[in-house]
Design a protein around this ligand. Structure first.
Ligand SMILES: Nc1nc2c(ncn2[C@@H]2O[C@H](COP(=O)(O)OP(=O)(O)OP(=O)(O)O)[C@@H](O)[C@H]2O)c(=O)[nH]1
Ligand SMILES: [Mg+2]
Length: 395
């Protein structure tokens, strides 16, 4: 099994030699693993290339790749691509080129990959982890982690902005990099890659690491721009994850309007409180007092109006969910069966609505529209859950 440790660099001439030898030193603690080091450098003008080139000349396990453009994401993504395509890597690792990450953690991280994890994430924020940066950088680390947890909904992950990771080749191949902002000038690749891995279904293990402050060279981190990118990325994730529910709510709102208008016209000849018709459309159906009773339920104008307006809204709901809300989810079987199934699951929501209308009108002696509005909201949630479990399943 071949492990390639990708070290992205920009102007690391004071550190890179040390980093390479410290990584290579781990080889004897990794029996059965063919350890290589790849420096993916953004054409550093400080002589990083010459130092790595000189080592590579006598050591076939050390490689230099000039990724040409600047950006940590470019170094990371092009480096791993090269490691898979040219160096035939099975397992990929990445760490900073300034000794902030301790290469001595590699054997432990690789062991988790061997035991079946897809990605091992070094964390400063779990028990045993340490962040030895200044207070404002620690604040950034913690703040970003808190924000990502909230916006991504990933409460089981502690660390988002660190770069010390080991993962298998298959995970890298599964990631759709057209959706990862890897050409950005900030380090947004770190959380973005992690999110892409989660979406690709990676089994992730976090282990505690210590992040040392660099002793030599200078920092290239642009913390303000990076913070803005983390905020922007989190917002994008949030919107994407809530999109289906937003659409569901929009259709729900439309169907509620249709339902309310139909009910008003049938029962009162009104749209809300505005008289539209001289007489209710269902004027021929008697009101409660004169209506025939069936099993002690009065078959009156309100009951019939409610049932018909609800069925109209079910049809509206189905058409929009089928073609819009759940367009990208699985559409198993013929649409007529889905429609029948939808009617069955939809029964929950109109029953809730009907009970609500009758309860508000008869028991609380309030306007039937209030009952409908309350019933719609409760029914909506019940319906969403049933729809996503039974009809338009996530593929
Ligand atoms: N290939 C490549 N690597 C980069 C680029 N910018 C930064 N790096 C590397 O990314 C790693 C992290 O960058 P650092 O400047 O150490 O950022 P940091 O670790 O957040 O900050 P300090 O440790 O405080 O300096 C280092 O190995 C850098 O050399 C770049 O444009 N291209
Ligand atoms: Mg650093």
């Amino acid at each position: 099994m071949r492990l390639v440790v990708n070290v992205p660099t920009y102007n690391e001439r004071d550190n890179i030699e040390d980093v390479i030898y410290k990584i290579l030193f781990q080889a004897k603690l990794l029996p059965g693993i063919d350890l290589h080091v790849l420096v993916s450098d953004s054409h550093s003008p400080d002589g990083t290339a010459q130092i790595v080139g000189k080592i590579a000349l006598t050591n076939p396990k050390v490689h230099y790749l000039d990724v040409k453009q600047k950006g940590l994401g470019v170094g990371i993504v092009k480096g791993h691509r090269f490691a898979i395509d040219k160096l035939k890597a099975d397992v990929l690792a990445q760490m900073d080129g300034d000794l902030s990450h301790n290469p001595a953690m590699l054997p432990k991280m690789v062991a988790y990959i061997s035991s079946g994890y897809d990605l091992v994430n070094g964390s400063r924020l779990i028990k045993g982890g340490k962040n030895l940066l200044g207070w404002h950088r620690r604040l950034f680390t913690r703040g970003s982690a808190f924000y990502c947890k909230l916006s991504w909904g990933t409460f089981n992950l502690s660390e988002y902005t660190n770069s010390y990771r080991v993962f298998n080749k298959n995970l890298f191949e599964k990631i759709d990099f057209s959706k990862v902002p890897w050409r950005a000038k900030t380090y947004i690749i770190q959380p973005a890659f992690l999110y892409a891995a989660i979406k690709a279904g990676a089994k992730i293990k976090e282990i505690p690491i210590t992040f040392e402050d660099r002793k030599r060279g200078y920092s290239k981190a642009k913390i303000i721009a990076y913070t803005l990118d983390v905020l922007k990325f989190g917002l994008k994730v949030r919107i994407e994850r809530s999109k289906t529910f937003f659409k569901f709510l929009t259709v729900g709102a439309g169907s509620y309007l249709l339902n309310a208008i139909a009910l008003g016209i049938f029962y009162r000849g009104q749209i809300y409180f505005f008289q539209i018709l001289k007489k209710p459309l269902f004027d021929f159906i008697p009101l409660y007092d004169q209506a025939p009773k069936f099993l002690s339920v009065s078959i009156d104008r309100l009951l019939i109006s409610s049932i018909i307006s609800i069925e109209i809204s079910i049809i509206f709901n189905f058409l929009f969910h089928e073609k819009w809300t759940f367009k990208h989810r699985s559409h198993d079987g013929a649409s007529i069966f889905r429609f029948l199934k939808f009617n069955l699951t939809s029964v929950a929501s109109p029953i809730i609505q009907l009970i609500s209308i009758l309860f508000f009108a008869r028991v609380l002696l309030m306007h039937e529209q209030i009952g409908l509005a309350v019933g719609v909201v409760i029914g909506l949630f019940a319906n969403y859950v049933l729809n996503t479990i039974l009809i338009w399943k996530e593929s």
